[in-house]
Design a protein. Structure first.
Length: 421
């Protein structure tokens, strides 16, 4: 077991081997080459894994304010692996992070060359690694101003590369931690800004409702007064349905015309009729149901891209480039008769997007939708299906597509719309 003295004040002017200096520069470049956080983490994890001599390397991010964690390796965001680690240790992902922090104790990091060394520190962790056929482990904390932002996690590494790995992690851990911390900070600011914009709107509307004698002055316009609101939802009773799914129906069970006190309609429909959202539980048996998913993926800036036919990996990369240029790369809506291929799904998942929307009733091929759904839902990408983008131009918009809060369900209908100045 190695105990490493880590300091972010070290720099490349010290006597490090040229290979280490080159590796550190490569990782630093990859971290700052793209504005997309998840793509940066994916590239960094791949580079560190290569240097450690293993393909089992990841960056395990930890956000204390939300208790949210993510596992990002060379394939992108891997919620399936995150959940596997957590379940094998019988903890939540955040509890796993807390356990690792306790396992570290006063050590700067853990480089454990065999499972016997792991077992001496944490038998439960050892059993978890053993169950996956892993032989050793590196756990390097990522701290920014003494706050834990995550870990570098590498398993089954090449023991002959320990000294090189030690030097590289000493020099890059603080850089990676700062990128994670900045991303978490700006995510919170973005959310606060979004909430504040809606709060201003509500406050002003409430004022004018309570003071009808006041006329709205030109300078008192709300943030939405000059916005285009575009409904992108299907009408429910005449909506498209996936082959084999039931058609929505409405039955009038009370009627004023028949002497009843009011009109009342009973609805009967599938959770995936018309414009709807898929929950992970739709294809993953232990995945989250729609009431367990947060609302953030469904509300925020999005990019509408137009495409016809199969969306290939190259098409997906081109869409992501345009979305990044428009600073709207977290939510992608594809307009047109398009089918997302498995290769494209991997690109979107690897890019760390929060939501993918399309016009058809399923995001993947109609005759074999499972693979595409599994790739995206496992990476925590929300799926918005059955939207209507016929008269929507390519570009950046503000999306609102919150699903109904249906407890225990695999999906839910939603009323999706776009806002644009």
């Amino acid at each position: 077991m190695y105990n490493i003295n880590c300091s972010h004040e070290q720099n490349l002017s010290e006597e490090y081997p040229e290979a280490v200096k080159t590796a550190v520069m490569n990782i630093t470049v990859k971290l700052h080459k793209t504005k997309n956080f998840h793509m940066a983490m994916t590239s960094a994890a791949a580079e560190i894994g290569k240097l450690c001599g293993t393909d089992k390397c990841a960056i395990y991010t930890v956000d204390k304010s939300t208790r949210h964690c993510s596992f990002i390796n060379a394939d992108g965001v891997r919620k399936d692996v995150l959940d596997l680690i957590a379940s094998s240790m019988e903890r939540t992902p955040y509890e796993v992070a807390e356990t690792w922090a306790n396992d570290l104790g006063d050590r700067d990091c853990l480089i454990l060359r065999n499972l016997e060394e792991v077992n001496a520190i944490d038998p439960v962790w050892c059993k978890s690694l053993q169950s996956e056929g892993l032989t050793n482990i590196i756990l390097y904390p990522l701290r920014f101003h003494q706050n834990l932002a995550g870990f570098i996690w590498a398993a089954s590494f090449d023991p002959d590369k320990i000294m090189q790995v030690k030097d590289i992690l000493e020099l890059t851990s603080f850089i990676i931690a700062s990128v994670i911390s900045n991303h978490q900070l700006f995510s919170r600011i973005e959310l606060m800004t979004t909430v504040d914009a809606f709060a201003q709107f509500i406050d002003k509307e409430e004022y004018y409702r309570n003071h009808p004698e006041k006329s709205r002055r030109k300078e008192d316009k709300t943030v939405f007064d000059s916005m285009l609101v575009k409904d992108i939802s299907q009408e429910v009773f005449n909506c498209n349905v996936f082959p084999g799914d039931p058609q929505p129906t409405g039955t009038r069970i009370m009627s004023i015309a028949n002497g009843d006190v009011c009109n009342l309609t009973e609805l009967k429909m599938c959770a995936h009729n018309g414009t709807h959202v898929d929950a992970p539980f739709h294809f993953i048996n232990d995945g989250m149901t729609i009431d367990q998913t947060g609302l953030e993926p469904y509300v925020g800036k999005c990019y509408v891209a137009r495409h016809t036919g199969n969306v290939t990996a190259e098409n997906a990369e081109a869409i992501m480039e345009k979305a990044k240029a428009a600073d709207s790369a977290e939510r992608i809506l594809i307009a047109g008769k398009a089918t997302v291929t498995a290769e494209a799904a991997k690109v979107f998942a690897g890019a760390g997007i929060k939501l993918l929307g399309n016009e058809s009733q399923t995001v993947g091929p109609e005759d074999a939708p499972k693979e595409v759904h599994m790739i995206l839902l496992s990476a925590e990408v929300a799926l918005l299906e059955g939207i209507v983008l016929e008269n929507v131009k390519e570009g950046s918009y503000f999306l609102s597509a919150a699903p109904l809060n249906l407890g225990g369900c695999d999906g839910a209908p939603c009323r999706a719309y776009l806002l644009k100045s």
